[in-house]
Design a protein around this ligand. Sequence first.
Ligand code: PLP
Length: 365
Amino acid sequence: MVVEFLPPPGTPVEMIDTPAMIVDLDVAEANIRDIQRVVSSGGAAMRPHTKTTKSPYWALKQIDAGAVGVCCAKVGEAEVLVEGGVSDILITSEIISASKIARLAALARNADIKVVVDDADNARDISAAAIASKSQIGVLVDVNIRIDRCGVEPGEPTTTLAKIVDGLPGLNFEGLNGYEGHVFGLGDERIPETLEALEKLQFAVAEVKAAGLPVGTVSAGGTSTHDITSKVPEVTEIQAGSYIFMDGQYVDQELAFGPALTIMTQVISRPVADRAILDVGLKSIANDYGPPRVMGLDGAEFTKLSEEHGTLALEESAQGLVHGDVVHLLPSHAGTTINIHDYYFCVRNGILEDVVEVAGRGKFR
Ligand SMILES: Cc1ncc(COP(=O)(O)O)c(C=O)c1O
């Protein structure tokens, strides 16, 4: 078996083998503290989404900072979180197949597990699995608040499903889930669009309450709406996730969080003055939302990403780059980049502090 060499704590960042996923701990921790403060002062709790980070390490830091629990997208992610010591988890995607539902029910024996549903038969299947494994599963009815992805419509469809869930053994009807993820990159329209989406959720809450059911939890919000959604009185918790690292997609949104995660790469070839080749490719950085951005090196532009090579076009000011120099890249999409790495290299003031496994990597079942 090949044993991977991992650098010990205390290693200077530029000595870590590349390509490496580097997190600036000071920036990530400030992002965690800042969103917690804003969301608390808005009147809601934080329940960060961990589909980006895919690691209990970050979830536990977020919980230490005041989060009530976390969200994730898949049963496999939830299993990794529970194994890593996280005890309060909301799965924000519908869980359908019999074997996944059985795993969900088994997991609920060891942790407070909640899941969203938008279908009565699915709720019945989850109830049967909870009974079989002698567990209780929290259920939130998933409401479509204009994202037009999953979820039932507010009003009668939501209320009917809530009543069905409430009557099923093994399930605890806990409330409603709504995600206004369509409010992204809207600039001036961000506030009115968010409030319009949230009106749908407020209406759904009022109708369910009018039918005599208690609505203990209303989970909503993302990075681009956390400051607005947390002030909506009905909303009890915010599911933001991307704020922790920010990525190329999010950094231009004028939000008060700093970029904390880069892929550190190394110059492996300098064929001509205006071109440098990096040891990064599609296998170590995702480009589903566009090319990576070069950080801290004026005059260098990322022009091409192939399987194992990255190409930089260099203006004169950047032509001092030589073989072995390191270059930090901001991925356009952190979630899909993290999912192809084994480790986070967590750095403070340029020195390695922790090597953290991406334990949920590839756990998409
Ligand atoms: C259901 C749900 N909630 C919350 C989030 C977190 O949103 P963001 O990454 O913008 O913070 C996502 C992200 O896609 C999501 O799908």
